[in-house]
Structure formats: C-alpha cells, structure tokens
Design a protein. Structure first.
Length: 165
C-alpha cells in the first residue's frame, strides 16, 4: 500500500468520525429526552468536493410526537430534502448511530442516499437482518464508525429503563 492510499483512508476515517460525532450528539439529546438514543446527520458532498457541509441533523422523536415514524433518519431526510429543494439525496452521506431499520432504509432508497455510515449494528431489527436489499443498489454502506460509543449509549438507555421498572 502506498502512502497516498493510507493518507486518503485516514482522511476518510477522520471525516466519518467528525460527522458521526454530530449524529452522536443528537443521540445523546434523544437519551436526555427519554427517547431511544439514535441520532442522524446528513452531509451534502457532491462528487469532486473535498469537504461536505451539514444540511440536516435529528434525533428520535417517536415519544414526543406520538409518531412511530419519527425516527432520526426520517426526520433528517425530511430536513435535507427541504434544504436542497428536491426529493433526491444522491450527493449526500447519511450518518446514523445505529444501523437503520427497514422503514428508514426504504426511505433512504427512495431518496437515493449516496452513502450510509452507521455506528453500531442492530441485530434484531436492522435492515440487514430483515431486508438486506432495502437500500438503493448504488448506496455505499459503512458500519462501525464510533461503534463502541453508539452501542454503549444504547445499552445504558435500556439498562436505565429496566432499572426504573
């Protein structure tokens, strides 16, 4: 491997960690509000641009809105399409702290999200378990960014819920 490739991978990893940190901040906000702690961020990054720009960020609001579709990803997609003025996010990277569910993956497919980066996998209701072909065929998927932090936040949330019973 030459040094140029290594430098490129390190830049990509650092960029993914930077934006996942934004999604993680949203997940912490959800936790503090008593919502399942999942956060999302969408970065607009057209081909050829060195850096992306944040166009949406959200966290789960299912309880607050009494809406089972108010997942972080769904809310962020709505914000991003409003910001860009169209239904396609083909120049966007969606960061989410936990692997998307099938509903959210379907929305990402319809929006033609270019890349999905998630923190921790979801072995029970993640799209890869229930519907592995849910995302758009050209969508790039990267998992495991800030995995330990994302997993720990989720575990802490459910542990606190069990202890409160």
């Amino acid at each position: 491997m030459n040094d140029d490739c290594r430098d490129c991978r390190e830049r990509v990893s650092a960029e993914h960690a930077k934006w996942m940190s934004v999604a993680f901040e949203e997940a912490v906000q959800a936790y503090e509000e008593g919502e399942i702690p999942i956060g999302a961020a969408i970065v607009y990054r057209p081909e050829g641009e060195a850096a992306g720009r944040l166009i949406a960020r959200a966290h789960n609001r299912v309880e607050a809105l009494s809406d089972p579709t108010a997942h972080a990803e769904m809310l962020a997609i709505t914000m991003a399409t409003d910001t860009l003025g169209g239904k396609y996010l083909s120049d966007c990277i969606l960061y989410v702290t936990i692997e998307p569910c099938t509903m959210c993956a379907g929305a990402m497919r319809w929006a033609q999200v270019k890349t999905v980066v998630f923190g921790a996998g979801e072995p029970k209701v993640g799209y890869r378990v229930l519907c592995p072909n849910a995302l758009h065929p050209r969508c790039i998927v990267i998992g495991g960014v800030m995995e330990d932090e994302c997993k720990q936040l989720m575990q802490n949330f459910f542990k606190s819920k069990r202890l409160a019973k």
